[in-house]
Design a protein around this ligand. Structure first.
Ligand code: NAD
Length: 498
């Protein structure tokens, strides 16, 4: 372990003081291979600590533990209100220890600790509480059947909503704790047992969350956490005794999950990539739209699946608006996540830094003009200057492909030709922003956009109660809200001849 920061909370310092094992069957264990791997502080490119390097053998162990807990363990006999109390307790413990989670996330991911505490951790706690409430509200229905081939028969027919079984949850590095909460909370509320596979870049908050599940009193094997690389995720996706995979990550890996899942036709839900349009009409509230449009692509350093990275601005205000966006972006305070003043932290890894740098070069080579940014910031860590590109063509890679960095491409549009066709010109359909003071224009445009979430006069208008997911190649299924319970339950039809 290398010392990375001096002002860490004592519990965070203790947590990274030694290598971290993973959670299988209620025990903290090492990989069967004995291997570990380092997790890196992206602000310095130095190691924070090492974690167990789980692979297919460890995934198999975790699946067996989850299977036993589902089939034979106390979990399957617990009443909904007992599950409710345990899940609620996770929310409370997350709230009590929010500063710890915030610091650890900042260290591992690079995001500002203030945001990791106030947004990632607080929202995760809210998601656990919301789903705790849903545990007691999962219902089937009675069905008034006709049974025309059984004249004179009498029947009592009803449906049961039952858990799917053993669920593999695979999450990315951009919101490590939050993406885990999106999946864990409804999966557990519905009565499933789980194996969580955090991203290799950011395994630490998942392991700290494992401590919370143990402290809350979850029976052994209900929540298992296997740290590892893509091979561990692939083993989970292909495992014959896993009933469902819930995946958040790239569209490319999402397609591999679908392929791997076909062996036992396990259920699959996918939250994948995006290249979301953010549309500003000339009648928008200029100041609000500038601030919101900057946040749309710069929040989390652009490492958001929903990032509004295609900025469509109505032509009469295009030059003024993009200049104001560039000016506001250039003011962002860049620094390490542990600095309370930081607004824009480093990208998560060397790989991500190289990838985003490649898009900056490609944009400039294609002929785009950077109003601000366009290069690395500083000479240590994985920092990129926030970058606003204009003079772009729809065919440029910076307009078509997900960059996952603080980079936006701005394009003008004309009122008479409209904007919907351009906004929908993407393989993705995750989210969109619309800025206008004309109510009718807002609602009409919202209907025209092919995306799972549309936010009007705001961006990132998420709420725990609102379903979230993608159109087109942005995914299958909806997380959050009551919709998430559908992902983790299956319906049984029972028909009784009386
Ligand atoms: P990624 O697809 O490379 O990795 C995601 C997870 O999948 C990691 O845990 C990784 O270890 C695992 N994995 C890698 N190869 C695998 C395989 N063959 N089989 C099974 N698991 C495998 O994605 P990333 O780079 O970590 O995250 C960025 C991507 O996630 C972006 O494309 C982003 O848009 C997407 N994302 C989507 C949402 C959403 O809700 N739609 C939210 C956050 C991130």
């Amino acid at each position: 372990m290398t010392a990375v920061a001096t002002d860490l909370l004592p519990r965070v310092r203790d947590f990274i003081a030694g290598d971290r094992p993973m959670l299988i069957g209620g025990e903290w264990v090492w990989a069967e291979s004995g291997r570990t791997f380092e997790t890196i502080d992206p602000a310095t490119a130095r190691p924070i600590t090492s974690v167990a390097h789980g692979d297919a053998a460890d995934v198999d162990r975790a699946v067996r533990a989850a299977r036993q807990a589902f089939d034979d363990g106390p979990w399957s006999r617990m009443k909904p209100n007992e599950r409710e109390r345990l899940i609620w307790r996770v929310g409370d413990l997350l709230t009590e220890r929010a500063a710890e989670f915030g610091q650890l996330e900042a260290l591992d991911n690079g995001k500002a600790a203030t945001i990791a505490t106030a947004v990632d951790t607080a929202w995760s706690a809210d998601i656990f509480r919301y789903n705790a409430g849903l545990a007691t509200k999962i219902t089937g229905s009675t069905v008034n059947v006709s049974m025309p081939f059984v004249p004179g028969g009498e029947f009592h027919a009803y449906t049961l909503r039952e858990p799917v079984g053993v669920c593999g949850l695979i999450v990315p590095w951009n919101f490590p704790l939050l993406m885990a909460a999106f999946k864990l909370a409804p999966a557990l509320a519905a009565g499933n047992t789980v194996i969580l596979k955090p991203a290799e870049q950011t395994p630490l908050t998942a392991l700290l969350l494992g401590e919370i599940f143990t402290e809350a009193g979850f029976p052994p094997g209900v929540v298992n956490i296997v740290t590892g690389y893509g091979e561990a995720g692939a083993a989970l996706a292909a495992h014959e005794d896993v009933d469902k995979i819930a995946f958040t990550g790239s569209t490319e890996v999402g397609k591999k999950i679908v392929e791997a899942a076909k062996g036992n036709l396990k259920k699959v839900s996918l939250e994948l990539g995006g290249k979301s349009p953010n549309i500003v009409f000339a009648d928008a509230d200029f100041e609000k739209a500038v601030a919101g449009s900057v946040a749309a692509w710069m929040f989390n350093h652009g490492q958001c699946c929903v990032a509004g990275t295609r900025l469509y601005v109505e032509r009469p205000i295009f030059d003024d608006f993009t200049a104001a966006v560039a000016e506001a972006a250039s003011q962002a305070k860049i620094g390490p996540g542990l600095d309370p003043a930081t607004e824009l932290g480093p990208l998560v890894s060397q790989e991500q830094f190289d990838r985003v740098s490649g898009y900056l070069s490609a944009g400039l080579a294609d002929g785009a003009r950077a109003l601000t940014g366009g290069k690395r910031w500083g000479d240590e860590g994985f920092f990129i200057e926030p970058t606003v590109f204009v003079d772009v063509e729809p065919s440029f890679s910076i307009v078509q492909e997900e960059i996952f960095g603080p980079v936006v491409a701005a394009l003008p549009f004309d009122a008479d030709t409209g904007v919907a066709a351009a906004a929908n010109d993407s393989i993705y359909g995750l989210a969109a922003g619309i800025w206008t003071q004309d109510l009718s224009k807002a609602h009409k445009t919202a209907r025209q956009i092919k995306a799972g979430s549309v936010w009007v006069n705001q961006y990132n208008g998420f709420d725990t109660a609102m379903p979230f997911g993608g159109y087109k190649q942005s995914g299958w299924g909806r997380e959050l809200g009551g919709a998430a319970i559908d992902l983790y339950t299956q319906t049984k039809a029972v028909n009784v001849a009386l």
